[in-house]
Design a protein around this ligand. Structure first.
Ligand code: COA
Length: 274
């Protein structure tokens, strides 16, 4: 039997009432799902994206259904732009209870097929962008009580993704170190590792046809793709008081895929290249 979470029955809808979250990369995909769930639980959300129109459209969608949301723009590689966006967010909804560093850049490429600038581009967005986001928001993260949550990736070899797994290994190290440094301030710092999540731009690129989709689901012990709501539910838990004694955790939300190590990714790589 396939089980999926029903947000209507999983939580009472006020877990984050009166709070404010900054969500980078919130214009689409997993991060938009998280923004919508946070908003549905009473949280004002500032959606930050590279494309202002996209961020504002995502925010408008949340306002339309009764939530509080603002769209702002910055490239997470640009610290000054992030500081300006943070100032707009704080002026609108006050200091942050939650900072979700979700913005990421990715493309599948083998180490042989990526230039030094290509590798640097992904590290700049995924690792430095996460650091820049947290650093720019830091003066406005409530303490005690604040939460930082990042989106990470498997710490296993993933062919065609060396640039991403290298950057995300840094995100994990940053998460654990900050959890220690900010523990006494009462700020919790955690990360989520999403498994294959359906309906996202990344998955559309990695599994463009039915054959690849079915190969993907066979790499997951639960036998299905995840949904953005699965990630949003885990994020809700980690930033809510239900997780008040949880910090420095890198939580896989992946149908159990991580238990298989890098083997499924290697098998898919062999099928694609031989
Ligand atoms: N394979 C190999 N190298 C690639 C590549 C690919 N598919 N796509 C980009 N690069 C390289 C470029 O060649 C360039 O290196 P070069 O200057 O040596 O040629 C470098 O990466 C920067 O590319 P550019 O397009 O200028 O970067 P950007 O800052 O405009 O965008 C991304 C970077 C990652 C955001 C962009 O590739 C992208 O839009 N990806 C898809 C969207 C996305 O990542 N969504 C998030 C899903 S998790």
């Amino acid at each position: 039997m396939t089980q999926t979470a029903d947000p209507a029955t999983t939580f009472r809808p006020d877990l984050l009432r009166g709070k404010h979250a900054l969500i980078t990369g919130g214009g689409s995909g997993i991060n938009l799902g998280i923004a919508q769930s946070f908003a549905a639980h009473g949280c004002a959300v500032t959606i930050l994206g590279r494309n202002l129109e996209k961020a504002q459209k995502a925010a408008a969608g949340i306002v339309e259904v009764g939530g509080q949301a603002l769209g702002v723009s910055a490239d997470v590689r640009d610290f000054a732009a992030l500081q300006a966006a943070v100032a707009l967010a704080v002026a609108a909804h006050g200091d942050f209870d939650i900072v979700l560093a979700g913005a990421a850049g990715n493309f599948p490429a083998p180490v042989d097929g990526i230039s030094p600038n290509g590798f640097k581009t992904v590290v700049d967005i995924d690792l430095l962008g996460t650091y820049n986001t947290i650093k720019a928001a830091a003066p406005h993260i409530k303490a005690p009580g604040g939460n930082v949550l990042s989106i990470s990736a498997y710490g296993v070899p993933v062919p065609m993704q060396a640039h991403v797994v290298a950057a995300k290994a840094g995100v994990d190290a940053l998460t654990r170190t900050l959890a220690v440094e900010w523990g006494l301030r009462g700020i919790r710092v955690n990360a989520i590792i999403p498994g294959p999540i359906d309906g996202t731009e990344g998955m559309a690129r990695l599994a463009p046809d039915e054959k690849t989709r079915s190969q993907f689901t066979r790499t997951v012990p639960l036998g299905r793709f995840g949904l953005p709501q699965d990630i949003a539910n885990a994020a809700l838990f980690l930033v809510s008081d239900a997780a008040s004694y949880v910090t420095g955790v890198i939580l896989p939300v992946d149908g159990g895929q991580n238990m298989l190590g890098g083997a499924p990714q290697y098998q898919m790589f062999l099928q694609m290249t031989q």
